[in-house]
Design a protein around this ligand. Sequence first.
Ligand SMILES: Cc1ncc(COP(=O)(O)O)c(C=O)c1O
Length: 432
Amino acid sequence: MTHLQNREVVSAKRTALAIDGGTPVRSPDQRWPKWPVSPKKAHEVLSEVLESGRWTLSSAGGRELFERRFARMFADYLDVRHCVPVDHGSSALVIAMEALGLEHGTPVLVPALTWVAPATAAFRAGLLPVLVDVDPDTGIVGPDAVDPAVGAGAVVAVHLACVMADVPSITAVAQQHGMAVVEDAAQAHGARWLGQAAGSMGRLGCFSMQQSKVLTGAEGGAVVTDDADLAAVLEELRADSRRYPGEPIGGGRLELVESATSMGANFCMNEFSAAILCAQFDDLEAQHVTRNTNYRRLTELLADVDGVRVLQPRAEQTQTSIYQGGIVFDPLPATMPNDRVAEALTAELGVLFFPPREPLHRSRLLRPWMKPSLGPVAERFRQQHLDRRYPHAEYFARHAVLTHHSTFLGDEQDMADIATAVRKVVTAGFGR
Ligand SMILES: Cc1ncc(COP(=O)(O)O)c(C=O)c1O
């Protein structure tokens, strides 16, 4: 091969996509930030739990529970009066819906584009999830989805990826029709709307602290509210009808009393998770700043690429919490649906990009008729959704590509590489 031919081969390999055998934008030895990040005090607090003999809250009184410390810290962080920690974000949604005291089978509006948990939680609380469409630009549920014709008792306002739902506007419409607003802030720890924290604006706010979340205790969750009566009910719902007595219990006795004004189940957060969560608080704000700075950089770097838009919160969102960063491609390259774009970016960069989940009306994860215990509510769900269409959820699911928040914990060079990869994919896809 001549020198000239050799140069042509090298240049063709550079412009060919890595999924087609070309040279990737980043070499495999260039690492991305890892998640989860182990907090500095992790060993100290975990040993404290181990040695104390109090591994969960249903244990004899002794040292102060990390679960109590976490509840205080998280309530302060969100400026709410009460926080009830639980074992999963899904459990948070279940007890939040139970706490509303709705009749069995009452419809609850749930956005068609979200993780399956708000819908399964409605079933678990004896309610009927009714899926509603979302905004095509952001994938988020808005006030126009609050359809009074459904006769719903509640609407779940889900904050997704890095975009908050407009809870004040949703609440204004919901209240006119006697619906409660439950915020699903599983993906929005620390996000704020005109200064108000995600989770603090609805009647109840639900969080997940599962491993992928920006604040994590491996598994975990919490419900927050300003309503003291609801908080007392939530405590019972998550601890088999028991609550804290409000004063120390001595004599090696259990630190819970059987108040039993409502019937609960066991959704308690364990002390190892609570301890890690307390320790993680030290890093949360600095991580928010790093992610937001990088996200702004990426937005600027891609501003001049036609047909590419970095997902942005609305102007009212005064603080962003990035759970997933999103890039919307419109139009999509003819030969590349968004799952192929995601694969192409993953191959160029060595970090995972993926399409949004399929909308819930066609999700394999939401087939309530497979659970005999749901009885006729499952059949009502099937009937309710036979003729419903979700064009905006479908649009967003087909045009967006997402990446986990840890991708934004790196530096300027990482963002430059993502921008280079996006340009390369767009150029190859359109044959530009
Ligand atoms: C929007 C949303 N809601 C609820 C949940 C459920 O949380 P968990 O997995 O802790 O049960 C998740 C988890 O990913 C979520 O993303």
